[in-house]
Design a binder for this molecule. Sequence first.
Ligand SMILES: NC(=O)C1=CN([C@@H]2O[C@H](COP(=O)(O)OP(=O)(O)OC[C@H]3O[C@@H](n4cnc5c(N)ncnc54)[C@H](OP(=O)(O)O)[C@@H]3O)[C@@H](O)[C@H]2O)C=CC1
Ligand SMILES: O=C(O)C(=O)Cc1ccc(O)cc1
Length: 440
Amino acid sequence: MTATITPDPKILQVGIIGMGDMGRMYARRLSAAGWTINACDRPENFEKLKNDFASNSLVNILENGHLVSRLSDYIIYSVEAENIEMIVAMYGPSTKVGAIVGGQTSCKAPEIAAFEKHLPPDVQIVSCHSLHGPNVDTRGQPLVLIQHRASDEALDVVRTVLSCFNSQFVYLTASEHDKITADTQAATHAAFLSMGVAWHANNQFPWEVPRYVGGIENVKINISLRIYSNKWHVYAGLAIMNPAAQAQILQYAQSVTELFTLMIEHKTKELRDRVYAAKNAVFGGLPANHELLLSDDLLDNFSLSNVPPQDRTPNSHLSLLAMVDCWWKLGIVPYDHMICSTPLFRIWLGVTEYLFQSPGLLDECINVALENDTFRADDLEFTVAARSWSDIILFGNFNLYRTRFETTQNYFSPRFPDATKMGNEMIKTIFEKTKQRRLH
Ligand SMILES: NC(=O)C1=CN([C@@H]2O[C@H](COP(=O)(O)OP(=O)(O)OC[C@H]3O[C@@H](n4cnc5c(N)ncnc54)[C@H](OP(=O)(O)O)[C@@H]3O)[C@@H](O)[C@H]2O)C=CC1
Ligand SMILES: O=C(O)C(=O)Cc1ccc(O)cc1
């Protein structure tokens, strides 16, 4: 069934269909490593794209995916997950005989189904997924490879082409990929999306509010703004199209609601027992000499606020209590997924670990949750937001997702440049610090 493809930059041509943020990042890095790239976006974007890459002689911009598919030996679809079936149906039949095809979408079940349905049988399928955003240094980051319908030689070709990223290859099946990424990404994103909506609902720029000062608060603000500065469809696609993700988001919303109810009912024993049961399930297996992934000193360096950190207000941290509760209820041990984790997931895990494992901090947080009303209005809005995101995702409503996302995105947009700069620094520092932990 298979034709031989030589992974030689003088011969092999790489195709990229979809020149958005990720497609452009791939085109730049692969061409810098000497590969010839044939690339396209939607036909109406042809002139602009051609202009943008006019100075790069190794990137050959074409009008549409038919032209890319006919010329290229290894083709990557880097398009919106929601549209993958329609786009593969359009261009897949034009694929060069014996070529290798893969996709970059964040959820593999629909992508693989589209490939199986629309690619000619002589075409091999090796999919990929860079587990990070387009502006993150690719070195050392996980890069999932899925040898779905392909020879070992075809996998080798893909490995050779993508080796210039110096990422860490992780070999999975499509369904393993979807299960693990649901565990790492779905509830993480739900938490940050809900924070953004809650701050917006209370008409707050959190870095201007003195009660949002301190290490953990810096992470919440930076990461939430980082997500809102990205494209809505990236998060909608991986939440709505991955069935395993829906269960996580539903559980996260339930955990938020149930913990918030215990807080406002002042059910001290029930709340404490539940939080400690979750702590035991998620962190109980860590060795005695386990070092925290993050420290407050480190996190204090990444503030968008001008208020000094010593004026920190203790917080109920509902979003973090609910995260660990959610992992517990779903039987997820997040450390099992480090090899396949995104930067945001590692940071989020680092923060939850910091809250649950720093002496005294968890009890302080439970006491605040039960007795202090400072964050009550924020926690109420956060609960409503978590429920609302889970409804939108369970109903699979892309339009409502987009409206909800973009409304909050507009509200925060003036601060995106600062937050992106700070977020990149934070990711870099935390990446260095957690390198050992990630690889073992
Ligand atoms: N951004 C991220 O952090 C990551 C994203 N991913 C995944 O990678 C994929 C791409 O994401 P990203 O680059 O961020 O998104 P973008 O929206 O920036 O890129 C998608 C591109 O595909 C184009 N497109 C749509 N239809 C066609 C078509 N018929 N032919 C050619 N091009 C088309 C879009 O054009 P137009 O906008 O005009 O519709 C857009 O330029 C998504 O599936 C996403 O889930 C994976 C890892 C990380
Ligand atoms: O790190 C994260 O969770 C991100 O937000 C970036 C991201 C988005 C989509 C992916 O498929 C992979 C990474």
